[in-house]
Design a protein around this ligand. Structure first.
Ligand code: 13P
Ligand code: SF4
Length: 309
């Protein structure tokens, strides 16, 4: 064990901390995490942990969600500047305006939103439960789906339900082009294609399977294919390769990197445990309203834990 990892382990015990890492984190962070998972799995893990401190290795909206679910715990981010550009494509004020234009609509917010936007929403969703969440809304109700137009379009076409889509998108997933998938398929003719629903519709149309990041990991383990083209942020390949060493995982493009997910480093994890910074808190009035939207989602989600490492 290298000395940095040893120090993190020691301090983690002393602080009674748990380290949660998203599937896109750097390999060395995934390797020291107690749990790795997708947005839903990590939220569920945060909600049930007995630890006193949660070190959230992901982006800001994820740590905020953990802080909302665990108001009595200390939620720390190793780098508080790790934001999600898609989450910043909508503000609470802009959403309030949209709700005035469409006053009888139900607002579904993707978890990739700020707490303030969640507080203005009726129900939250993640990439792994978005279809269930939207299907739970009575047919006669209009839906405003924010902020990811790609996930919204995917869900809408899967279940045949029209929605008012906010024009947000993930800059990382939109770097994956249909031509990239076609090129990789030419190079690896036996390979299956798995992509995240944040990809554009033309990329999704070329996929054999569409899933959240943990869904992608499950598909990679369970598929009989020995070669798999992966259309999501490339950090996930570390986990896929570890879980299925005999298979070949081919990134759709080397461009699919989320700079924010890569801001966390082992050094920053250590410093955050040493200094107990930066703590993520959400004002009580916003937190309570946002929690209603998250709890409604949790009630509709199968119990599923993030992977224990
Ligand atoms: P998952 O919930 O599928 O892990 O997605 C989170 C995310 O930010 C994808 O870009
Ligand atoms: Fe946000 Fe996209 Fe990065 Fe996920 S991959 S955190 S949606 S910018």
């Amino acid at each position: 064990m290298n000395s940095l990892v040893k120090k993190i382990e020691e301090l983690k015990k002393r602080r009674k901390a748990v380290i949660l890492a998203h599937n896109y984190q750097r390999g060395e962070i995934q390797d020291i995490a107690d749990f790795i998972g997708d947005s839903l799995g990590l939220s569920q893990q945060a909600a049930k942990t007995r630890a006193e401190v949660i070190v959230f290795c992901g982006v800001h909206f994820m740590a905020e969600t953990a802080a909302i679910l665990c108001p009595d715990k200390t939620v720390l981010m190793p780098d508080v500047h790790a934001g999600c550009p898609m989450a910043n494509m909508i503000t609470a004020e802009a959403l309030r305006k949209k709700k005035e234009e469409l006053p009888h609509s139900t607002v579904v917010c993707y978890v990739n939103t700020t707490a303030a936007v969640k507080a203005e929403s009726d129900i939250c969703c993640t990439s792994s439960n978005a279809q269930n969440v939207v299907s739970s809304i009575p047919k006669e109700e209009e839906i405003i789906f924010v902020p990811d137009k790609s996930l919204g379009h995917y869900v809408s076409s899967k279940i045949g339900r029209k929605m008012h889509l906010w024009p947000g998108y993930c800059p990382t997933h939109h770097r994956i082009l249909a031509q990239d998938i076609e090129k990789r398929k030419e190079e690896w003719p036996r390979a299956k294609v798995v992509v995240h629903p944040e990809c554009t519709p033309d990329v999704i149309a070329l996929a054999d399977h569409v899933a959240s990041t943990t869904g992608i990991a499950r598909y990679a383990r369970e598929s009989e294919a020995l070669e798999i083209i992966v259309g999501t942020e490339n950090g996930i390949i570390h986990r896929l390769q570890k879980e299925s060493p005999g298979k070949t995982f081919i990134p759709a493009t080397p461009q699919a990197l989320c700079p924010n997910m890569k801001k966390n480093t082992l050094e920053k994890v250590l410093w955050c445990l040493e200094d107990m910074e930066t703590e993520i808190t959400v004002p009580k009035d916003i937190s309570e309203k946002a929690r209603l939207a998250i709890d409604r989602m949790m009630e509709l989600s199968e119990p599923k834990t993030a992977l224990k490492v």
